[in-house]
Write a protein that binds this ligand. Structure first.
Ligand code: FEO
Length: 160
């Protein structure tokens, strides 16, 4: 596989792991504030990011590339509100989406048809990822920090 494409896929493998790390930090914040449902949702999100990373791991290996691990940056550990947590999550997902689109552009430039095909799953997944966060933000804005409303959202997210 082309060097530039391989490096970009490997970067995304690492970025998906980093995403999981970020979500785990958000989960720990919610847990510390007794929002167990939100914490559960974010732990599940972190696990999903690990699965995303492993899809890249598998594909790179299938294409005879070499996976390499990079260092991770420290995530944000404290937030001012639960709304702030999910707004940060949405911003993060938008960044992931732009990275996936960039990968599709590189794969297209390099005429790497297996990579273009492989990345389609992520293009669709990102629509869902962003929408999940937008829904939660909409609800959190609606309850405006009221305890009862927050508990309802917490319960709903705990069912993920
Ligand atoms: Fe793997 Fe949430 O993007």
């Amino acid at each position: 596989m082309n060097e530039k494409l391989l490096a970009a896929l490997n970067d995304q493998f690492n970025f998906e792991l980093l995403s999981g790390y970020y979500y785990l930090a958000m989960a720990a914040y919610c847990e510390s504030e007794n929002m167990r449902g939100m914490s559960h949702f974010l732990v599940e999100q972190a696990k999903e990011e690990y699965e995303h990373a492993m899809k890249f791991y598998g594909f790179i290996n299938d294409m005879d590339g070499r996976v390499t691990m990079k260092s991770m940056t420290e995530p944000k550990n404290d937030y001012g509100s639960f709304l702030e947590v999910f707004e940060a999550a949405l911003e993060h997902e938008k960044l992931v989406t732009s990275r996936i689109y960039n990968l599709v552009d590189i794969a297209t430039e390099e005429k790497c048809y297996p990579a273009i095909q492989f990345l389609q799953w992520f293009v669709e997944e990102q629509v869902e990822e962003e929408n999940n966060m937008k829904d939660i933000i909409f609800k959190l804005k609606g309850v405006q920090h009221q305890f009862h409303g927050l508990m309802m959202i917490d319960k709903e997210l705990g069912a993920r």
